[in-house]
Design a protein around this ligand. Sequence first.
Ligand code: CTP
Ligand code: CA
Length: 225
Amino acid sequence: LLSDDRDRPLRGARLVVSAGPTREALDPVRFISNRSSGKMGYALAAAAARAGAQVTLVSGPVALPTPPGLERIDVETAADMHAAVMALMGEADIYIGAAAVADYRPSEIAPVKLKKGRGASVIALTQNPDIVADVAALKPKPFVVGFAAETDDLENYARGKLIAKNLDMIAANWIGREDGGFDSDRNALQVYWPGGAASLAMTEKSALAEQLITLIAEHFHAKNS
Ligand code: CTP
Ligand code: CA
């Protein structure tokens, strides 16, 4: 192995990362969304670029600068993110779904601002497409990594999603614990794949992202050799 291969384990790989929340409009001034700062997805995109990958970051609305050396596509809704990601999949070797995609959108978007006290207390919702599952259903499919944030029963839910969505790997984290998660600069991950698991201990998201990218690179190369 050349030293360059060890430093840049994703050299030449085309990688797409989704990050941040999506926003689903109710009316011109209101939306439904998920708690997500985008920090983990952005850290992964930056780490993948440092590892030599050709990175496209598909980003929901976040307050973060674009990391150096990658292309960023901004989207707002889950439907927009689905379209942007699927359009990139013909060319992608790896997809990392780190976005907190809204599971539902309001069935109708009011063209004018909704007014209080006019009986509009029930919002009808329509389920959004599952982006990571649709990517993993492609033939041929890229190496697909999903995320899961869970408040309870982490391993069962994460392994359930790994199987149900036909993912190659899933990175899961606890939410509602004192350190790590949403707005934090730190996190810990339990990583699962069909034949095994790894624990990445609580640390800065930039260091954690580097460790996860190393793990992804190993499994990506094992699958493609
Ligand atoms: N995901 C996606 N598209 C969606 C919903 C989720 O691509 N419409 C992806 C997320 O980016 C993540 C993975 O699916 O990589 C798991 O997301 P999660 O919300 O934990 O799973 P769900 O299947 O939506 O299950 P639930 O919210 O009920 O736990
Ligand atoms: Ca969800």
